[in-house]
Design a protein around this ligand. Structure first.
Ligand code: CA
Ligand code: CA
Length: 221
């Protein structure tokens, strides 16, 4: 009796299952839409540091590029104590993240352009011999200041031996997403007693020419 009951229940399940999958299936219907889509758009770069020259010194005339083709200073006939004058570059954080900014000098070449005055007598054994033989780098002082573009007020300044910036990133603060800053740049030829210079080393540094590029690096803060 119990087995018959179990058999009957099992049969009932089979019939129920057939009802759902077979018999009623022919009476179902589906309504569909056409093909839909979801496409992602381009996103602003997380770190996008742009640079510009400025004739007006306040970056109101900025034309933003990833890298400048030209330099921003070209000092000639520097005498001990002379500086390169005023050079300003503009930096813009065009990315979506606040950026931690560093400054360094790269592609530095110290060249002997001539052998003049007491240059050789002061101990320059490579006087007048060309590229990478100059002594001007250790006689240069490099300065940089972050300026408020509107007020020219200095917000952060660094300064010291040019040598310290060669291939060595130095912090110049952070730049918020969308923010623009003016960076004043200068080099100065040292006088004896500054940054380890002596009368002899300053003599050795005459008629030498240093070329370099400034590099600003932005890292998400
Ligand atoms: Ca030399
Ligand atoms: Ca020299």
């Amino acid at each position: 009796m119990r087995r018959l009951l179990a058999t009957t229940m099992a049969l009932g399940l089979v019939i129920t299952a057939m009802n759902f999958t077979g018999i009623f299936a022919v009476f179902t219907d589906r309504a569909t839409t056409g093909t839909n889509s979801a496409e992602s758009g381009p996103q602003a770069r997380i770190a996008d540091l742009q640079v510009s020259t400025t004739v007006t010194f306040d970056c109101s005339d900025a034309a933003w590029v990833d890298d400048l083709v030209t330099g921003v200073m070209a000092a000639t006939d520097l005498q001990p104590g002379d500086n390169s004058g005023q050079s300003v570059v503009c930096l813009k954080n065009a990315g979506t993240s606040d950026l931690y900014i560093t400054l360094s000098t790269i592609d530095v070449v110290d060249t002997e352009t001539d052998c003049t005055g007491d240059e050789a007598a002061a101990g320059d054994t490579t006087c007048g011999t060309g590229e990478f033989q100059g002594e001007l780098v250790p006689a240069l002082i490099a300065s940089a200041s972050r300026l408020d573009c509107d007020t020219s007020e200095s917000q952060l300044s660094i300064g010291g031996a040019f040598q310290a910036l060669v291939d060595t990133p130095t912090a110049i603060g952070t730049l918020a997403a969308g923010e623009i800053t003016c960076v004043w740049l200068s080099v100065q030829m040292a006088v004896p007693g500054q940054i380890g210079s002596t009368a002899e080393s300053i003599q050795q540094a005459q008629t030498d020419r240093v070329e370099w590029r400034y590099a600003f690096d932005g890292t998400p803060a």
